[in-house]
Design a binder for this molecule. Structure first.
Ligand code: SAM
Length: 228
């Protein structure tokens, strides 16, 4: 999968892409993330990419020209450009089911906003899909794009060490409920012991216990998932 990310602060991605599972996926060419700074496309003689909002009010709004030109330039290089995802608190809320759908796409584009967000004509022209990571506001779309990248890359075949890992995750397509409690060594810590069933080696019994714990946890914390 190739992901083109448009950000005024592309350097924010360097640590993120350079570590752990994500780095391994990039090294193994399961994923190709390309960063673009719309500032490179600006026609403003002072290099500006934003301006004050018409109608007044605080902050700055991202100007249409650099972003529309940047996205169209990259799209024109591609035979089959994929969906454009524009990060915004006004978008549809991201979830695992949506990530599963997008993980089958060979190409995605992600537009990261800053300041007060995007000039509406960027949306009118590029017709992106607006994606929110939740009902709160962060400073920029970069962290939100990182959330999308990680969710999708975990679902790419071969990206995780063990394929079962993504299947047993909370919300996964296997069950759509919360994961069961996990334990590791030691068997006893500060008087708290690991449930006996997990030490039994009886895998049907362990599976039944985990299923039961997942359902109990989901009923207590996220009842609506069971109803769905
Ligand atoms: N004025 C905007 C509003 O109230 O909807 C918020 C702008 S926010 C400070 C700047 C940028 O951060 C947004 O353009 C968007 O790209 C990103 N952002 C902030 N919160 C987000 C969220 N919940 N989901 C996705 N992106 C978000």
């Amino acid at each position: 999968m190739r992901i083109d990310v448009f950000s005024l602060f592309p350097e924010l991605f360097s640590g993120f892409l350079g570590e752990s599972i994500l780095k391994r996926a990039l090294d193994r060419q399961l994923l190709d993330v390309r960063l673009h700074n719309p500032r490179q496309w600006t026609e403003n003689k002072h290099g500006r990419v934003d301006d004050r909002p018409y109608g007044g009010g605080p902050g700055m709004v991202l100007s249409p020209q650099p972003i529309v030109d940047a996205v169209q330039a990259i799209r024109s290089e591609m035979e089959q450009p994929g969906p454009i995802l524009l990060l915004s608190p006004t978008g549809r809320t991201w979830n695992q089911r949506w990530a599963e759908e997008l993980a089958t796409e060979p190409h995605l584009m992600m537009l990261c906003g800053r300041y007060e967000g995007f000039d509406q004509r960027i949306l009118d022209i590029l017709q992106p899909i607006e994606v929110s990571i939740g009902d709160y506001v962060i400073n920029g779309g970069e962290v939100a794009a990182m959330v999308l990248i990680e969710t999708v890359m975990r679902l790419l075949p071969g990206a995780l060490g063990d394929e079962q890992s993504a299947l047993q995750d909370s919300f996964s397509s296997e069950n759509r409920i919360l994961e069961f409690p996990q334990y590791t060594r030691p068997r006893e810590f500060r008087g708290l012991t690991v449930p006996e069933v997990l030490l039994s080696g009886d895998h049907p019994k362990i599976d039944a216990w985990r299923r039961q714990e997942s359902e109990t946890r989901t009923r207590q914390r996220r009842r609506e998932l069971l109803d769905e």
